[in-house]
Design a protein around this ligand. Structure first.
Ligand SMILES: [Zn+2]
Length: 213
């Protein structure tokens, strides 16, 4: 890498990737319209907040779902590293820590307990943790923003229905999410200054996940 980014710039880039890819194949999976609209709002508010963070400005107003999304990402990132089997000292320092700092900027507090790690094929790890992350985001959104939650009731219903489909290997929803996640991860992980060994390990692991498509 030509320039070394600090953890705030790294997260800003992540919010850009998130804004572009959304990890939600709404076009390919029917019945995700409301959820896609909510994810779009989360992505664009996250980008605004990350921009303010990089400039050391106070956090702009944002919806509770944004807090839920990023605290969910903290819980997810820890479990994802464990499940992949990467060097956890490096992963915590380079990947979990920036997410944790951003979540604390959005809504200072204690992280929810990490998601449970998954000992299955790489594709199943990705989608099981996707489902658990979504579940946690719903739970935290309801907890932190009851009135917003009512507004987003339909999105939450869609998300709940999705849970089962993400746990059905080979289903069209499973494949569509896996494909979109893999494209997302390739762009996302590029932002982090992992060691060469870890980078190789992650790429090989993602290649194994690709075989399930
Ligand atoms: Zn904000």
């Amino acid at each position: 890498m030509a320039t070394v980014m600090n953890h705030k710039e790294i997260i800003l880039n992540c919010t850009r990737v998130n804004h572009q890819y959304m990890r939600l194949p709404a076009g390919k999976v029917p019945g995700l319209k409301v959820m896609a609209a909510l994810y779009k709002r989360i992505a664009s508010q996250s980008l605004d907040c990350a921009q303010a963070w990089v400039q050391d400005s106070p956090c702009p107003n944002h919806e509770p779902a944004v807090d839920a999304f990023w605290w969910g990402a903290v819980a997810w990132s820890d479990a994802f590293g464990c499940s992949m089997g990467v060097d956890m000292a490096e992963w915590s320092r380079l990947f979990v820590y920036p997410h944790d700092q951003f979540a604390n900027y959005l809504r200072p507090g204690n992280p929810p307990p990490p998601l449970e790690e998954v000992h299955e094929s790489p594709a199943n790890v990705i989608l099981t943790l996707d489902a658990r992350w979504t579940e946690l985001v719903i739970k935290l959104t309801a907890q932190w923003g009851f009135f917003h939650h009512l507004k987003d009731k339909d999105a939450m219903l869609e998300a709940q229905r999705l849970q089962g489909e993400l746990r059905t290997p080979g289903s069209p929803t499973y494949k569509a999410f896996l494909e979109s996640d893999l494209a997302f991860f390739h762009h996302l992980f590029k932002n982090f200054p992992f060691s060469e060994q870890t980078e190789k390990y992650i790429n090989a692991w993602l290649k194994r996940a690709e075989e399930a498509l």
